[in-house]
Design a protein around this ligand. Structure first.
Ligand SMILES: NC(=O)c1ccc[n+]([C@@H]2O[C@H](COP(=O)([O-])OP(=O)(O)OC[C@H]3O[C@@H](n4cnc5c(N)ncnc54)[C@H](OP(=O)(O)O)[C@@H]3O)[C@@H](O)[C@H]2O)c1
Length: 276
């Protein structure tokens, strides 16, 4: 019997997860229903051709308790959304950034475990990074649900504290946006050199694609990006000239500051309420 999964919120991240689940090679065996609770039907409409997907505008309409409820709404509305789900005896998972486990424990007071998960959008193509944090040792039945939901969606990393999950959020949760921004910058530079907009973007995306794959494949063999960079940087060459500019502009420091800003923001979200 497959898993009955309820997904609360089908926006950017909720729909990336849903696409990821629906396209898993073992999706049919693993999942029997996806109940999507989202105020508007439009976000869910593209998925309804899969008979396992059903849309509900409120949780009152759910036929019975699902095995697992995954919250994918904005952190600011958790205070009003979570209390609507306390009567279900489902395993509770939240992908919201910032709010610590203790916050969920004040709402879901029974002894079931709570799991915080920090995915990123490439889960849609099973190439995500997924941070996981539980408030207690998971029983085999809960561990099995975690494996079914996340193991095949990308690289999974268990962390030990809310703080560590906030740090992971700043790296891999928000990380795809940093990479997209770098792609945009490289494409803009290509345009400045005279390439057509489409060609410039294709050059930038394929350069990131090739370099990422190269780094990923060779990392498994024990090689690091630093070695690859050094190998392709001949002294006095073109790459060396470009890297010198990045170094002078304190590229490392800039990235570190950006990550630090995301980490600080995640910590602020822990106590933010809608009335603020
Ligand atoms: N985006 C990312 O890359 C990312 C990565 C990791 C974690 N997260 C976390 O994922 C969560 C969602 O982020 P997002 O970027 O996907 O936001 P989003 O695109 O704004 O999606 C939020 C969704 O929640 C729906 N919603 C609003 N009120 C609801 C309610 N009462 N019940 C059920 N659904 C409701 C919205 O529906 P309507 O549009 O119809 O109002 C929308 O579809 C956040 O907590 C964020 O921290 C996001």
């Amino acid at each position: 019997m497959g898993l009955k999964l309820a997904l609360v919120g089908c926006g950017n991240m909720g729909s990336a997860l849903l696409k990821g689940w629906l396209t898993l090679s073992n999706s049919m065996e693993s999942f029997s229903s996806f109940w999507i609770i989202n105020p508007h039907r439009e976000n869910v409409a593209p998925f309804l051709k899969d008979k396992r997907v059903q849309w509900f505008s409120t949780p009152d309409e759910l036929p019975h308790s699902p095995d697992v409820i995954i919250f994918a709404v904005k952190p600011l509305i958790l205070d009003e959304v979570l209390p609507l789900y306390t009567t279900f005896d489902s395993f509770i998972i939240s992908i919201a950034s910032g709010r610590p486990l203790a916050f969920y424990e004040t709402i879901f007071t029974s002894s079931r475990p709570i799991l915080r998960v920090m995915p990123n959008t490439p889960v849609e193509f099973h190439k995500g990074v997924i941070g996981l944090l539980a408030d207690m040792t998971l029983k085999p039945k809960h561990m099995n649900i975690v494996k079914m939901c996340f193991q095949e969606l990308g690289f999974c990393l268990w962390v030990q504290s809310d703080d560590e999950l906030d740090k992971l959020t700043a790296i891999s949760g928000s990380g795809p946006a940093y990479i997209f921004y770098m792609m945009e910058a490289l494409a803009k530079a290509a345009e400045s050199l005279g390439f057509h907009e489409e060609t410039a973007m294709a050059l930038a995306i394929n350069t990131f694609w090739g370099a990422s794959n190269y780094a990923h494949e060779t990392f498994a063999l024990g090689q690091r990006p630093e070695e690859h960079r050094q190998r392709v940087t001949s002294p006095q060459g073109t790459t060396a000239a470009a890297l010198k500019v990045l170094e002078t502009g304190k590229f490392y420091n800039l990235i570190e500051r950006a990550v630090d800003a995301a980490y600080t923001r995640a910590k602020e979200q822990a106590d933010e309420r809608k009335s603020l």
